[in-house]
Design a protein around this ligand. Structure first.
Ligand code: ADP
Ligand code: MG
Length: 399
């Protein structure tokens, strides 16, 4: 069932409490990727442009939960938001539960950002007394924190529960994420190809099993491919396999024979003698990997094979890089797959990229704007691909 969004409400003169996800990466005092802040702008603007008061709340990092810690202050996100909006963002103090006076003093069209919710342990605990204090700031509750939607934290669940009877709706980012990660995939235009990669098979098993009945092809690369290849009896050298998942891999390969779906695995591998960017001996092997070498990227034949398949797709979901794309000798596989997906998108396919590292990879290769949708959620997007429902979304008003 579709959820009501902020577009259907009139926020004029009202206090709109918005849970955003401003948990942005910060290095040396600088935000290295402000996408989550930029993606929250449509919701914030829609509130303030119509004369509402936007009270924003978020977490950032993993503080102790015993009070203010400068390292995890949201001031940096507030400054960036202020630049992007071209107007001041009020930042009351270092305690999100002590903002009642600041909220009461807000004028229509103003924006206020509360300090990091996780400075209180109560946020992670979902504590109702803490939630009640936050709930008192708002006449309307908006969830636009897609990256946190899979978590039952106080601001995600207990706060909207405490606001029962008041409007509780989705922001535009959450609406867009659900549209792509759930609705598009529920009825995909065929051929539907799922591309999975990344560090661990165990992370992606639930997604594989949920998507297998819907997909025409499942492309598997990254470290997870080696567990599948090992399950098929191939020599994978010292590649990062998960031995305890070999039975799962075998089961999935058997399912592939029973279902209409086809699993595509790498046929050649860029390997090294060390898990390092440059210090090992780098060699490409067909099929079997020589002892003493580990697979760190898909090889050129595999890149071509995967690209050919992707070119025919009409819906593509991608989660997990094809290799250690952070290191240039092993970045080609991920880059070529990203390019093939971009090309398919140009030819009319819907492409959805989920996963924090996959999103970072498409940004790195300057292909993010060539995809239909790059999710702002890592864990949340993966859980959507597993078909899970989120309490934080379920409890919002139906549209
Ligand atoms: P995402 O965040 O997109 O879901 P993951 O977190 O599952 O992706 O995996 C990303 C990581 O997997 C990257 O840091 C990448 O270096 C690593 N990786 C990919 N292929 C390999 C490989 N063959 N061996 C070791 N690590 C790999
Ligand atoms: Mg990751």
């Amino acid at each position: 069932m579709s959820k009501k969004t902020i577009a259907s409400l009139n926020p004029s003169g009202l206090r709109v409490l918005v849970r955003v996800d401003f948990n942005v990466p910060v290095e040396n005092g600088q935000i290295t990727d402000d996408r989550r802040i930029r993606e929250a702008l449509p919701t914030i603007k829609s509130i303030i442009d119509r004369g509402g008061k936007a009270i924003l709340m978020s977490h950032m990092g993993r503080p102790e939960g015993t009070g203010f810690e400068a390292e995890f202050s949201l001031t940096i996100a507030g400054e960036r938001l202020s630049q992007l909006l071209g107007k001041p963002v009020a930042f009351p103090n270092h305690d999100c539960t002590d903002a009642a006076a600041a909220v009461a003093a807000m004028k229509n069209g103003e924006v206020l950002l509360l300090e990091n919710l996780r400075f209180h342990k109560a946020e992670k605990k979902g504590d109702p007394a803490f939630a009640a204090k936050l709930a008192a700031y708002g006449d309307i509750y908006v969830n636009d924190a897609f990256g946190t939607c899979h978590r039952p934290d106080a601001s995600m669940v207990a706060v909207p529960k405490a606001m029962a009877g008041k409007p509780r709706v989705c922001g535009f980012l959450v609406e867009k994420e659900i549209k792509f990660l759930s609705a598009t995939i529920a009825n995909p235009v065929k051929p539907f190809i799922v591309v999975l990669g990344g560090a661990k098979v165990s992370d992606k098993l639930a997604a594989v099993e949920h998507l297998m009945p819907k997909a025409d092809q499942i492309i598997i690369g990254g470290a997870m491919a080696y567990t599948f290849l090992a399950a098929m009896g191939k020599n994978v050298g010292t590649s990062k396999i998960e031995s305890d998942r070999i039975p799962d891999a075998t089961r999935i390969i058997d399912l592939d024979k029973k279902m209409k779906v086809e699993i595509l695995l790498p046929v050649d591998h860029v390997c090294s003698t060390q898990f390092a960017e440059r210090s090992g001996d780098i060699e490409v092997f067909d099929n079997e990997i020589k002892d003493g070498f580990m697979g760190l990227d898909i090889g050129p034949k595999t890149q071509t094979k995967f690209a050919l398949a992707l070119r025919k797709a009409k819906t593509i979901v991608w989660n997990g890089p094809m290799g250690v794309f952070e290191w240039s000798p092993f970045s080609q596989g991920t880059q070529q797959v990203a390019k093939a997906i971009a090309e398919a998108t140009k030819n009319g396919a819907t492409s959805i990229v989920g996963g924090g590292d996959s999103a970072a990879a498409v940004e790195k290769f300057n292909l993010a704007d060539k995809m239909s949708h790059v999710s702002t959620g890592g864990g949340a997007s993966l859980e959507m691909l597993e078909g899970k429902k989120f309490e934080s979304v379920e409890l919002l008003d139906n549209g």
